[in-house]
Design a protein around this ligand. Structure first.
Ligand SMILES: Cc1ncc(C[n+]2csc(CCOP(=O)(O)OP(=O)(O)O)c2C)c(N)n1
Ligand SMILES: [Mg+2]
Length: 330
């Protein structure tokens, strides 16, 4: 296992806190109608990303659904550009024309940002196929939700991926709900990892509130894929504190249930280790918290001060084909 050091814990704390505060800011900006459309937040699920980033190689890729704002930041994208994208500004990652559900950053190996539930599962296997076909050593981490696990495309993809031993890790980010529908209501059993058994695909459950547990499972799966032994299915049990999207009244769960998960919050778990092992004092942690807040404020300032795109720029982004006959390509 790649060593987990004092620096790892400190980075995990700072990163996860930044992702959470960044998204809290987005929620506030949404209420002010500065972020439009849908907004699905990652609050509570941060350990699933932190653990993966610890063991990913530099050629490894990531693809996910619409809960997708902080992954590219973790992979190295400038958070100012992500916030600008969410505010629809021309300085955003897709020049303000993608928005919340379609963040892309191929330069940092992040391939979206997909709004069709389960749509990214075959695409993730496709990225892995390309790496295998061209003899590159990358592994593709393909994330999807517990609701997406019920899509037919998952089965077609699993069958091909295991038959062709594609370098892919299938990660079910199981936060217990597909919008308001609980896992127990969508199938005859609650163990999503068992879907791998029918394909003789290595599979199992993982504690998604603890980045160490995620890193361990992820490293084993990535190594398996990289040495040519094909895919793994990880059923990572996690939780989201906020609603499915900003317009969710959350009648399907109790406040007590949310509070239970807050007790095993990934950021708090990491901070507990930092204090227990005396990696930092309370004063130092307060300084980090201030730094995080300042970084979020800087993103907001950049995004708010950036201009909106010009209306005529719209078609530049839609049609990549240089000789597209109906519109002038700029
Ligand atoms: C094909 C398709 N069907 C339905 C929807 C509407 N929809 C958007 S998100 C969602 C729930 C998905 O839940 P899950 O896969 O568990 O992901 P989570 O939101 O929990 O991260 C649904 C049904 C959609 N976007 N695409
Ligand atoms: Mg879900």
């Amino acid at each position: 296992m790649k060593k987990i050091t004092k620096e790892t814990y400190i980075n995990w704390y700072k990163d996860m806190l930044f992702w959470r505060k960044f998204e809290d800011k987005l929620a506030a900006l949404y209420i002010q109608q500065k972020v439009r459309g849908f907004l699905h937040l990652y609050n509570g699920q941060e350990a699933v990303l932190a653990g993966a980033l610890h063991v990913m190689g530099k050629n490894d890729k990531m693809i996910t659904a619409y809960r997708n704002h902080v992954q590219p930041i973790g992979l190295g994208e400038d958070p100012k550009r992500i916030m600008a994208e969410l505010l629809g500004k021309v300085t955003g990652t897709s020049k303000g024309m993608g928005g919340s559900m379609h963040i892309f950053s191929p330069k940092h190996n992040f391939y979206g940002g997909h709004g069709i539930v389960g749509g990214q599962i075959p695409l993730g296997a496709g990225l892995a196929f390309a790496d295998k076909y061209f003899g590159r050593d990358g592994v593709t981490l393909t994330y999807f939700g517990d609701g997406a696990a019920r899509q037919g495309s998952l089965h077609e993809t699993f069958n091909m991926a295991i038959t062709w031993k594609l370098p892919v890790v299938f990660i079910c980010e199981n936060n217990g709900y597909a919008m308001g529908t609980s896992v127990s209501r969508t199938a005859n059993h609650e163990d999503i990892w068992k879907l791998g058994l029918g394909y003789e695909m290595p599979c199992g459950p993982v504690d998604g509130m603890n980045p160490i547990k995620v890193a361990e499972a992820m490293e084993e799966a990535i190594e398996r894929a990289r040495r040519g032994d094909g895919p793994t299915l990880l059923d990572i049990k996690t939780y989201r504190y906020r609603g499915h999207s900003m317009s969710d009244a959350q009648h399907y769960r109790t406040k007590d249930e949310v509070d239970e998960y807050r007790k095993i919050d990934p950021i708090t778990q990491v901070l507990d280790v930092i204090y227990k092992k005396k990696y930092a004092t309370e004063k130092e942690v307060k300084e980090w918290d201030k730094e995080v807040k300042a970084k979020v404020d800087e993103c907001q300032k950049f995004a708010e001060e950036s201009p909106f795109p010009e209306a005529q720029q719209l078609y530049d982004m839609v049609y990549d084909q240089q000789d597209y006959p109906f519109l002038k390509h700029r």
